[in-house]
Design a protein around this ligand. Structure first.
Ligand code: PAF
Length: 294
């Protein structure tokens, strides 16, 4: 068996800066840990495109609401080091909360507009926490490229807005969602899937099946968002345990018009609670041209 390459763990911004001096093009993969094949795909992409790859593993308290799963969010650093190393990471930046938010910390990064609908409405303060920590990570690591999964489509749009608005010198790379291939085939990979049993995961494929039904209606020429949504809602109605957060058919601004105009960034997004776990997923509507990035 091939040995997994050693990954060096860094815990402070100062250690990161010292480790990266003179190392060439830096790629950053920000994560909250409990790495899965979706993260490994981001790391492999960074490995292929950069000289040095840093994976951050930080469960960011600022992006969790008071009733959310911060305390029980899955954590396993040893396992993460194995996954990150096997995928080609050189460093894992694993700060504790006091290294990221020292006493007296009092800055918040608010991205208006794109942060406001969908998950922004359902999780007040969430994207402020994401934008704040991502800007901090970009400032600490100063990567040339930063890699994010399209599974968090709205997050990716918020980060692109932040980087453009604040002239952050980084190229944001969006990477298509990785889905389970067997068992719960089609389920978007997520660290939160670990909260579900095998049977529950299989039932959670109702989300990707609903998104596919919307894609199929769009491919048939339907452009009225109410009719497109209905195609997805009919599938979601088959799962009695599902509590719908939203099913939205949106254009490039993440807003839902009455009728979609042709655009490669048209997208369908869903959020739902299943067996007590909040899951999100999304798919492109313009599937002819493949997965698109905002
Ligand atoms: O997508 C995530 O895992 C997190 O929101 C991120 C981007 C690492 C910020 O904490």
């Amino acid at each position: 068996m091939a040995a997994v390459p050693e990954v060096q763990v860094l815990t402070t911004p100062g250690e990161v800066r010292a480790a990266l001096v003179g190392r060439g093009r830096v790629g950053l993969v920000p994560t909250m840990g409990y790495l899965h094949e979706g993260h490994a795909t981001l790391i492999r992409r960074a490995r292929a495109e950069c000289d040095v790859v840093v994976v951050s593993v930080f469960v960011n308290p600022m992006q969790f609401g008071p009733t959310e799963d911060l305390a029980k969010y899955p954590r396993d650093l040893e396992r993460d080091l194995g996954v990150a190393g096997a995928a080609g990471a050189d460093f894992v930046f694993h700060p504790d909360a006091s290294a990221m938010y020292p006493a007296g910390f009092s800055t918040r990064v608010e991205v208006s507009g794109v942060s406001e609908p969908l998950d922004g409405a359902a999780r007040p303060g969430h994207f402020t926490g994401v934008a704040t920590v991502v800007l901090k990570l970009l400032n600490v690591v100063q990567p040339e490229r930063a890699y994010f999964g399209e599974k968090d489509w709205q997050q990716l749009a918020v980060i692109r807005r932040l980087v453009a608005d604040l002239n952050v010198p980084v190229q944001v790379v969006g990477v298509p969602t990785v889905r389970a291939e067997e068992g719960a085939a089609g389920l978007a990979l997520s660290s939160r899937n670990t909260y579900l049993s095998d049977e529950q995961r299989e039932r959670a494929t109702v989300l990707s099946r609903a998104l596919r039904a919307v894609q199929a209606a769009y491919a048939d020429g339907e452009r009225r968002t109410a009719a497109l949504r209905q195609a997805g809602l009919d599938v979601l109605a088959q799962e009695p345990e599902l509590e719908l957060g939203y099913l939205a058919v949106v254009g490039p601004d993440l807003l839902e018009p009455e009728t979609l105009s042709e655009h490669p960034l048209n997208r369908v997004l869903v959020a739902a609670r299943l067996f007590g776990v909040r899951l999100i997923d999304n798919m492109p509507l313009d599937i002819v041209s493949g997965e698109q990035t905002p």
